[in-house]
Design a protein around this ligand. Sequence first.
Ligand SMILES: Nc1nc2c([nH]c(=O)n2[C@H]2C[C@H](O)[C@@H](COP(=O)(O)OP(=O)(O)OP(=O)(O)O)O2)c(=O)[nH]1
Length: 139
Amino acid sequence: MKIIDVVCGVLIQDEKCLIARRSTGDSIGKYEFPGGKVEAGETREEALVREFREELQIDLDQLYYLDHSVDIQNEKEIRLTCFVCSSKEKPVKSTAHSNLIWTTPEHIYDYDFFEADRGLVQTLQKEWLWLKKQMKPKF
Ligand SMILES: Nc1nc2c([nH]c(=O)n2[C@H]2C[C@H](O)[C@@H](COP(=O)(O)OP(=O)(O)OP(=O)(O)O)O2)c(=O)[nH]1
């Protein structure tokens, strides 16, 4: 089975985290943490920085590994690595999403969010009190 290495980032600002509604591709309409496939020769961190620049036009500041999960989608094994991150900039629009929502982990599944992320969202919920205070941009 083909293995796809994917990274996603939980951007935390003002004690909220960002989720985004996909506007292209197979899973159009689904909500996700922004990110994408890791390209050849890139580290996962580099891939996430690139994806946030490409899609949201912002530079990430801090980046910490949170958790990972494995899921089968369309006969491909998706290996999803999740980071929490901060930025000095606030995203206003996305080239890959039709909607940007600031929410809290307990409300993520009020949206049509990827089932593959359930374990990641649970980890985020457990760590949330600590994380939302830690992930402030460094000026
Ligand atoms: N970005 C992101 N992808 C996720 C999440 N959960 C989840 O199952 N996925 C899956 C959906 C896709 O199968 C895959 C990401 O692939 P993608 O198509 O968005 O990657 P990409 O931005 O590099 O797109 P492309 O250039 O190949 O078109 O990971 C998540 O929270 N964020």
